[in-house]
Design a protein around this ligand. Sequence first.
Ligand SMILES: C[S@@+](CC[C@H](N)C(=O)[O-])C[C@H]1O[C@@H](n2cnc3c(N)ncnc32)[C@H](O)[C@@H]1O
Length: 376
Amino acid sequence: MREFSLIPDRVQEGLSDWLDVDAQQLSARLNEWVARPLALGVAGARSGLFLAESIPLLALQRVLGGGYQVSKPPPADAREAVLREVRALAQRDAEHFARGLYPVSLLAPTSSARQHVTRYLRLLADSVRVAARKRARKPREFRGEATRLAEELPDYYRRNFHFQTDGYLSEASADLYEHQVEILFRGLADAMRRSVIPPLKAHFDNSRGRGLRFLELGAGCGTASRFVAHAFPDANITCLDLSHPYLNTARRRLADCSRVAFLQGDATDLDLRDERFDAVYSVFLFHELPLAQRRRALAEARRVLKPGGIHVLVDSLQEGDVPALDWALEEFPREFHEPYFRNYVRTPLEALIADAGFESPQTSTHFLSKTVVATR
Ligand SMILES: C[S@@+](CC[C@H](N)C(=O)[O-])C[C@H]1O[C@@H](n2cnc3c(N)ncnc32)[C@H](O)[C@@H]1O
C-alpha cells in the first residue's frame, strides 16, 4: 500500500482482488485520479475566497487612510507572471498530493465556516487599529501582557511586524495571523509552506520518520509542522518560537499530533545540544531577522544538526530569483512593517548558508517563496 492514500486500505484490497491487479499500483492510480483534481479544486476555491476577502479589507484601509499608493505601476507582464507562478505552485502541490508525499486530509479546512467568518470579522475590526498604527508610523506599540512579554525579548523583535496588533505577543494576534497571511497570498500560503516536505521526503527515502528528530525554527502557530507531522507520522518534531502566545496556539492546533513538542526559545541562541537533529527547517522566519541574526540562526541550525542532516528553508523570494516578480518585493515592505526585508531580498540566502558551512545549497521557487535545501 502507498504511504498516504485517499481510499481506505480495506476497500483498496477488495478492489485489487476483484480486478486482479497489483494492490500498490491500484492504490497509486486511485490516489492520483482523485487527489490531483481535488487539490486543484481546493486551491482554486481558496484563492477565490481569500481574494474576495481582500477586497473589503483593502477598501477599508483606503478609507481609514492606512492604505498606500504603489510607488510605481507594476510592469506590463506582471499579471501574466503572477498567474504563471500561481498555476505552477498549485500544479506542483497537487502533484505532491497525487504522489502521496502528503495526505489529502491536509486539504480539509481546519476551522468551521462559522469560525472562519467570525475571525474575518475580527480581522476587519482590527484593521482599524492597524490603519491607525500605519498612519502614525508606530511599529512598537504593545498593550497589557504583550508589553511585559516584549520586555524580555530581543530589541529587533519588539515590533508590530505587519503593523499587527500586539506584534507576535498575544493569542488574539496568533488567532488572526495565518488568516491575514492567507489573504496576503490569496489562499496560497499553505501550498508554499508545504514545499518544505518534498526535500525532506527525498532526503529520508520517503520514510514515515521512525527514529528521526526534526526541529522547526520560528514555528509560529505550527502549521508547517502540522503538515510535516502528517507527512512523517513517526518523526519526533520540536516546534521552537520566541513567542509564548503563538506556541500556545500551536499546541492547541496540533493537539492530535502526539509526537510534537513545543519549546519557547531563540533560533539565534538555541538551548539545545550539538548534533541532536536529523532535520532543521523554517518557514517565513529569515526575512524577519536582521542580517547578523540570520547568520547566527544558520550557525545554530548547523550546530544542532547531525553530520549529513538536512536544513530546509522556506522564505520569501529574493531579488533576481524570479525577475518578473521583483516589483512585488519592492512594494511589500512599504505596505507592511517589515524592517529587515530590504536587506533580506538583497542578501542571497544561498551565500549565507554556504558561509555557515553547509554543503551545496539548492534552490527552487514557489510563487512568492523560495525553498533552499542544504546538508551539513
Ligand atoms: C513570519 S512568522 C512565520 C511563522 C510560521 N513559521 C509560518 O509559517 O507562518 C515568523 C515567526 O518567527 C518567530 N521568530 C522571530 N524571530 C525569532 C527567533 N529569533 N527565534 C525564534 N522564533 C523567532 C516569530 O515569533 C514568528 O512566529
